[in-house]
Design a protein around this ligand. Structure first.
Ligand SMILES: NC(=O)c1ccc[n+]([C@@H]2O[C@H](COP(=O)([O-])OP(=O)(O)OC[C@H]3O[C@@H](n4cnc5c(N)ncnc54)[C@H](O)[C@@H]3O)[C@@H](O)[C@H]2O)c1
Length: 438
């Protein structure tokens, strides 16, 4: 089985199927396609499949020709029919791993993708999970579903975990240049998955087990959550004593070792950092342990939107205005620059909190023309244009996301009062007295 799949990988006869064509699955599909593999993308969202079939890319930051180039080259198909997993040699699952109502891991998408893979599982297939999750998921959740077919892992089929480390919007790295971790359920599974990824990704690091690879991904995300919380706490303290946190981080960053810069902001956003650490918290409880760093960082980071709103209220107050009845423009709805992703974005909470205080809030985001219904929010708003006149009409402009498309000097020249959570205005010249850092 192993040799057969290895030969198919080397000769590019191997067909790669990816389940879940979102921020992670779509660029991965493209990476395999670019390396000469025939690829089939699977997603339950018919809308996405229709776009792909028309050669259209629904994720702007990946570039307009990402899908059209695959359609033109051939070796590409997309479908919502998961029975077609029988046509592929390799199944890679990139489905969401959100939190449930009580902040517990919601593995329903992972489970469903395993059930789909099991329904068509054939001898010699390789299944890989890429979704971020707690250590143990591949072995405890995926493996039993797949082995229920009667096929045995390591003998009849292979199963591995390889965490996705995609950072959408990043310009200095692509899927191919980010080193890839791979850990198998058994030795052969790890070896064959490593061989597959080596065809596509410049550096593949094989670790001893799926659990090590799963835990490494969680460690990366906990590391970010904790350090962001630390710098957010520093921001609050330094602001109270009149010191600029941004200048302090820049100063500390001159140390050539032992320090990595993290930056404060209006709160955590995105699918990973606010969510993945809580997967470990849940798993730790199984061992009767708590994860105090994770809990504490969550508490600090979650307090940031309220802190920013309070700074906005005080900024308006200093101009003898109340937040109630004020017109406020929130700049940037996405959770980070140059993407259209609003999942867990602190901007949403900022808008809701300000509106609850009676403010009339608009937003501008060049990447998000209108809001859509989310699981917990439905703002029903559309992005308003930014003009000299419109800027001057707002009592306060609140910078939440520093998209590179913004002309900060123009915004600073025309706004009456600006609350800046991202140090976006660091280089502007002119009257800085109207800028409040938050
Ligand atoms: N977005 C990121 O920056 C990022 C980075 C690293 C890791 N991750 C992890 O990767 C995983 C995927 O994240 P994402 O941002 O790509 O999610 P996403 O929501 O953008 O995409 C997931 C896709 O899976 C589809 N889907 C769900 N269940 C399915 C099923 N049973 N069969 C077929 N399709 C199904 C959905 O329709 C959706 O299109 C998550 O575990 C996430 O934590 C995300």
């Amino acid at each position: 089985m192993y040799q057969q799949l290895s030969t198919r990988i080397q000769s590019r006869a191997c067909v790669v199927g990816i389940i879940g064509l979102g921020y992670v699955g779509l660029p991965l599909l493209k990476a395999f396609h670019s390396s000469g593999f025939r690829v089939i993308g699977f997603d339950l969202d018919d809308n996405k499949i229709e776009h792909l079939k028309r050669g259209e890319n629904y994720l702007q930051h990946l570039g307009a020709d990402l899908v059209s180039s695959m359609v033109q080259a051939g070796r590409f198909d997309a479908t919502s029919n998961l029975a077609r997993l029988s046509e592929v040699d390799v199944v890679i699952s990139c489905v969401p791993t959100p939190l449930g109502k009580h902040l517990e891991p919601d593995l329903s998408f992972v489970r469903n993708s395993a059930i789909s893979a099991a329904a068509t599982l054939g001898p010699g297939q390789l299944i890989v999970l890429e979704s971020s999750t707690y250590p143990g998921t591949t072995r405890e959740v995926m493996l039993p579903i797949l082995e229920k077919t009667g096929l045995k892992c390591g003998r009849d089929f292979f199963l591995a975990y390889s965490p996705e480390r995609e950072d959408p919007g990043r310009k200095d790295h692509t899927t191919q240049t980010i080193p890839k971790l791979v850990g198998g359920i058994d030795r052969l599974s790890g070896d064959i998955a490593t061989e597959l990824y080596r065809q596509v990704i410049r550096e593949v690091v094989q670790v001893s087990s799926a659990e090590v690879a799963e835990a490494a991904k969680i460690l990366e995300n906990v590391y970010r959550a904790v350090n962001i919380a630390m710098v957010n706490e520093m921001k609050v303290v330094l602001d109270a004593v009149g010191i600029d946190i941004w200048e302090v981080v820049a100063a500390a960053s001159t140390k050539p070792f032992g320090f990595q810069a993290f930056y404060p902001g209006p709160g955590l956003g995105g699918h990973c950092i606010p969510i993945d650490p809580l997967y470990l918290t849940w798993k730790a409880r199984e061992a009767g342990l708590s994860t105090r760093f994770i809990e504490l960082s969550g508490e600090i980071n979650r307090a940031m939107p309220a802190y920013v709103v309070n700074k906005t209220v005080l900024a308006l107050n200093s101009r003898c205005k109340s937040v109630n009845g004020s017109r406020i423009l929130v700049i940037g709805l996405a959770y980070k620059p140059d993407v259209d992703d609003v999942r867990e974005s602190p901007s949403i909470e900022l808008i809701e909190r300000l509106e609850a205080l009676g403010a009339n809030v608009d937003y501008n985001d060049p990447h998000i023309p209108a809001t859509h219904k989310m699981r917990r929010h439905d703002l029903g708003m559309t992005s308003v244009p930014i003009t000299a006149q419109s800027l001057a009409g707002y009592d306060c402009v609140l910078i939440a996301t520093h998209h590179s498309a913004y002309d900060w000097q123009f915004i600073a020249d025309h706004a009456q009062l600006i609350v800046d959570t991202r140090n976006a205005l660091r280089n502007i010249t002119g009257d800085r007295s109207k800028i409040v850092m938050a």
